[in-house]
Design a protein around this ligand. Structure first.
Ligand SMILES: *[C@@H]1O[C@H](CO)[C@@H](O)[C@H](O)[C@H]1NC(C)=O
Ligand SMILES: *[C@@H]1O[C@H](CO)[C@@H](O)[C@H](O)[C@H]1NC(C)=O
Ligand SMILES: *[C@@H]1O[C@H](CO)[C@@H](O)[C@H](O)[C@H]1NC(C)=O
Ligand SMILES: *[C@@H]1O[C@H](CO)[C@@H](O)[C@H](O)[C@H]1NC(C)=O
Ligand SMILES: *[C@@H]1O[C@H](CO)[C@@H](O)[C@H](O)[C@H]1NC(C)=O
Ligand SMILES: *[C@@H]1O[C@H](CO)[C@@H](O)[C@H](O)[C@H]1NC(C)=O
Ligand SMILES: *[C@@H]1O[C@H](CO)[C@@H](O)[C@H](O)[C@H]1NC(C)=O
Length: 346
C-alpha cells in the first residue's frame, strides 16, 4: 500500500472510532448542511473536506487548510476534528487548497436531542392557502435553514423543496409531480404563508409541514406538524354592522370560500347587557345559533342597548370557530344615526 492509502485508512479508522455514539445521529438537511444530534455532553466529530480520493487529485491533502465562520484555524489535512460541547461546535466550516481555492464548505448545525416542537397552522378557507407559525426563543437572531411542506400517504413519495435566491421562498414538489406547495417567509420571520396549487376537494393525504431554523450559535430548532386542511380551517372574524335601530347584520368574511351555497357558515350570537370580553360571556350561556338570512348574510334583532358577541364556523365539517366580534349596539347607533343628538338609549 502506498503511504497515501495507509493514511486514508488511518483517517477512516479514526473516523469510525470517534463517531461511535456521540453525536447520537447525523443527517444531511440540505446539500452542505449537516445536522448533528447532540446530548450536550462533550463529543467529537470528524468532518471531511473532500469525500472521495477522486476529488483530491492534484491536491496536497496534508496542506488543506480550514476556516470556521471565516476565521483561520491551525488545522490542516482533509479532516477537521470538531469538538462539541453544550452549544459549542456548530458553524460554517470551509476548507481550502494550499493555493487558497475553496474546496468545500459544510454548515454544521447542532440539534439537542428531543428538541422537536409543534408548528401551529391555520387556514382562512378551503382554497388551499394556509399559514404556519412558531415561537423561537428570543435571545438570538434566527435563520430559516429549510422549509418542507408535503402530502404524506401510504405510497412512498419523495418531496423535493427548492428555495429561491432570496432564501425566503420555497417550492416543494412531490416525486410524482402532482402536488406543489409554495411557501413564503412572513416578514416577522416566525411564520410562513403557503399555498397548495391544486387542492383536492376530497382530502385523503395528510399534510406535513416542517421548518428548521438555527440560531447565531448554530443551534437547530425543528418545528413540525401533520394535519388535514379541514382540521385547521378557522374563518376570519366578522364585521358587525347595523341596519337600523333594531337590526344588526354581518356577512361572510371576504376571505371565506365561495360559492357560499357550497361552503355555508353558521353564526353563534351571545347578547349581554354588558360584556368586556366576549370569550367570558359564553360561560353562562352558550348563545343562540343564527342561520343565514340571505346567502352569505346574517341578521339579528336586538331591542335594547346591548353588547353583541358573534362568531362563525363551517357547520358541515365542524371547523374551528372564528374569533369573536364584539359590538355595542346602543352606542354605535347613537353615534352614527343621531349624531349630535341627546337621545339616550332606544
Ligand atoms: C462537500 O461536503 C459535503 C458535506 O457538507 C459533502 O456531501 C460533499 O460530498 C463534499 N464535496 C466533495 C466534492 O467532496
Ligand atoms: C459558508 O462559507 C462558504 C464560503 O465562504 C459560503 O459559500 C457559504 O455560503 C457559507 N454558508 C453559510 C450557510 O453561510
Ligand atoms: C400552538 O398550539 C398549541 C395547542 O394547539 C398551543 O398550546 C401553543 O401555545 C401554540 N403555539 C403557539 C406558538 O401559538
Ligand atoms: C423569491 O420568490 C418570491 C416569491 O415567489 C419573489 O417575490 C422574490 O422576488 C423571489 N426572489 C428572488 C431573488 O428570486
Ligand atoms: C330594521 O330593518 C329590518 C330589516 O330590514 C326591518 O325588518 C325592520 O322593520 C327595521 N326596523 C326599524 C325600526 O326600522
Ligand atoms: C373572565 O373574567 C374574569 C374576571 O371577570 C377573569 O379573571 C378571567 O380571566 C376572564 N376570562 C377570560 C377567558 O377572559
Ligand atoms: C367536509 O367533510 C366531508 C366528510 O368528512 C368531506 O367529504 C368534505 O370534502 C369536507 N369538505 C371540505 C370543504 O373539506
Amino acid at each position: 500500500m502506498s503511504s497515501k492509502a495507509v493514511r486514508l485508512l488511518v483517517i477512516f479508522s479514526v473516523y469510525l472510532l470517534v463517531n461511535g455514539n456521540n453525536p447520537k445521529s447525523q443527517r444531511t438537511l440540505l446539500p452542505n448542511v449537516l445536522v448533528l444530534e447532540v446530548t450536550g455532553q462533550q463529543a467529537q466529530f470528524t468532518l471531511p473536506c473532500l469525500d472521495s480520493t477522486a476529488e483530491m487529485k492534484g491536491i496536497l491533502v496534508k496542506n488543506i487548510v480550514w476556516m470556521v465562520n471565516g476565521a483561520a484555524t491551525h488545522k490542516r489535512g482533509n479532516t477537521f476534528l470538531v469538538s462539541l460541547e453544550e452549544s459549542f461546535g456548530g458553524g460554517n466550516y470551509t476548507c481550502y487548497s494550499e493555493e487558497g481555492a475553496l474546496l468545500n464548505h459544510t454548515l454544521v448545525l447542532l440539534q439537542p436531542v428531543g428538541s422537536k416542537r409543534d408548528l401551529n397552522c391555520t387556514a382562512q378557507n378551503y382554497d388551499g392557502g394556509f399559514r404556519c407559525y412558531w415561537k423561537h426563543p428570543k435571545q438570538s437572531r434566527w435563520t430559516v435553514a429549510s422549509v418542507k411542506a408535503e402530502r404524506v400517504g401510504p405510497s412512498v413519495e419523495v418531496t423535493r423543496c427548492i428555495t429561491n435566491a432570496s432564501g425566503k421562498s420555497w417550492t416543494c414538489f412531490s416525486s410524482e409531480g402532482t402536488v406543489t406547495i409554495h411557501c413564503d417567509l412572513d416578514t416577522g420571520g416566525n411564520g410562513i404563508t403557503c399555498r397548495e396549487t391544486c387542492p383536492r376537494p376530497e382530502e385523503i393525504q395528510l399534510l406535513r409541514v416542517s421548518v428548521c431554523v438555527y440560531s447565531e450559535n448554530f443551534i437547530l430548532e425543528e418545528y413540525s406538524v401533520d394535519f388535514y386542511m379541514r382540521e385547521i380551517v378557522k374563518p376570519d372574524k366578522v364585521k358587525i354592522e347595523k341596519v337600523n335601530a333594531t337590526m344588526a347584520e354581518w356577512s361572510y368574511p371576504e376571505s371565506w370560500s365561495s360559492p357560499h351555497s357550497y361552503f355555508p357558515l353558521v353564526s353563534q350570537v351571545v347578547v349581554r347587557k354588558n360584556c368586556k370580553k366576549c370569550g367570558n360571556c359564553t360561560d353562562r350561556n352558550n348563545g343562540q345559533m343564527v342561520t343565514n338570512h340571505t346567502p352569505g348574510v346574517f341578521q339579528f334583532e336586538i331591542r335594547k342597548t346591548k353588547t353583541l358577541c358573534v362568531r362563525i364556523r363551517d357547520p358541515l365539517n365542524a371547523s374551528q370557530w372564528s374569533d369573536w366580534s364584539r359590538h355595542r349596539v346602543g352606542k354605535k347607533l347613537r353615534k352614527n344615526r343621531y349624531h349630535g343628538d341627546r337621545v339616550r338609549g332606544f
